[in-house]
Ligand binder design. Structure first.
Ligand SMILES: Nc1nc2c(ncn2[C@@H]2O[C@H](COP(=O)(O)OP(=O)(O)OP(=O)(O)O)[C@@H](O)[C@H]2O)c(=O)[nH]1
Ligand SMILES: [Mg+2]
Length: 123
């Protein structure tokens, strides 16, 4: 679905990407939208510098999501070597236990951490 939408908007996206000289993609792999759209965008930007920071799903999200994420990552690697992979499962020991936080709170926390990490790589 995400991929189809991006492919149908090829011309608009091309116009947008042509105005930029550097790209940083933040993508949570394992679902439909980010996993589908990110490779399409990468294919549009050709030689332009692009960094990707992607997350892999938690184990509790199930094997289907893991598989989608793995396939998505493999596809991204065809376009750029500059990919930082954040394996969310490995972050689990650092996170508040699920008794105290729900998944939305945990994602919010991770989003800040990922954003800071990404920004610190740029500045
Ligand atoms: N760090 C972080 N990871 C997220 C967040 N939301 C989702 N994820 C991770 O990213 C994966 C994909 O997110 P989804 O929302 O399922 O996928 P999507 O790309 O939005 O596509 P849809 O299938 O259309 O929802 C999930 O399996 C989670 O592991 C978030 O806010 N923060
Ligand atoms: Mg979603």
């Amino acid at each position: 679905m995400g991929r189809r939408a991006a492919e149908e908007s090829f011309d608009i996206l091309q116009e947008i990407v042509d105005q930029e000289s550097k790209f940083i993609f933040l993508a949570g792999l394992g679902g439909g939208t980010s996993t589908g759209v990110t490779p399409v965008l990468l294919s549009l930007i050709h030689g332009t510098a692009a960094s990707c920071v992607v997350t892999m799903p938690f184990a509790f999200e199930g094997t289907r999501r893991q598989e989608i994420a793995e396939a998505g990552l493999k596809e991204l690697r065809q376009y750029t070597e500059d990919i930082t992979v954040i394996n969310q499962e490995k972050l689990k020991p650092l996170l508040p236990s699920s008794e105290f936080a729900d998944i939305e709170q945990i994602f919010d926390l991770l989003n800040y951490a990922i954003l800071w990490k990404t920004m610190s790589q740029i500045i």
